[in-house]
Design a protein around this ligand. Sequence first.
Ligand SMILES: C[S@@+](CC[C@H](N)C(=O)[O-])C[C@H]1O[C@@H](n2cnc3c(N)ncnc32)[C@H](O)[C@@H]1O
Length: 272
Amino acid sequence: MTNSHEIKERVKERYAKVALTGDSCCGPLSSGDAEEGCCSGNNSVILQPSQSATKISKLVGYDTQELKSIPEASILGAGCGTPTKFAFINEGNTVVDLGSGAGIDVFLAANIVKGSGKVIGIDMTNEMLQKARKNAVEGGYTNVEFRKADIEEKIPVDNNSVDVVISNCVINLTTDKVKTFSEIHRILKPNGIGKMVISDLVTDKQIDDTSSVDPDKWCSCIDGALTKENYIASIKKGGFDTVEVLDEKTYTEGDHVDNRKITSLVIKAIKE
Ligand SMILES: C[S@@+](CC[C@H](N)C(=O)[O-])C[C@H]1O[C@@H](n2cnc3c(N)ncnc32)[C@H](O)[C@@H]1O
């Protein structure tokens, strides 16, 4: 029997451990055992737990050059895509990264928005926030801020104030996806200016009843994953009319979990 409170506590525990130990997230997922994995899989190479976070990040699409441009400790190998590559962020933009972890995408976005812009990372796990803030200080970033919040409760950002919301392998971990998308919709600038560009995992067989999920597999981004159709429907219920799939990669059979296919999506939605 699992309820959403219990799931959330387990997610916090899992990612506190990742923040403190720097454990690679990927290996067990790739070998079909999601007990201790995070969210990344890959499309062609079977990863081992010993593989570095940087190697895992390259497999999900980050370039060597961009990874060298940010604090090394912000790279956890916990993402499942590269939202900053698809978001067309501009200098001066206000960007919010939901479930920012140790800050990988916050720092990449901060390098683009420069001093006239701002990037706000949001996370609910204290240990991740501490790690991200330390990375910001050590990296000399003055245009970033990390705020604590549960993104499916309230995102601590003003209405209609954000140019781009990004997120990397996080929304599948929430128990109320529609509430999360409606919060994203609330903070984006209106009239076609504000956009959400997110990477996330979906599956071909969704678990509908939270009482029958395995909390460990939820933390590994499997049991909380929706089908692609339901994911898009949740975005629309959250208030977005225009939704577009920008990239889609279904993991190889070795990365399936309990006969469920896992697919990584990059999705864009615009606030009209
Ligand atoms: C799989 S990790 C991804 C971290 C980061 N985006 C990256 O690519 O390295 C998921 C992160 O989302 C955070 N998270 C999960 N659910 C959350 C929620 N409801 N509200 C805020 N943060 C959440 C976790 O604490 C963790 O840092």
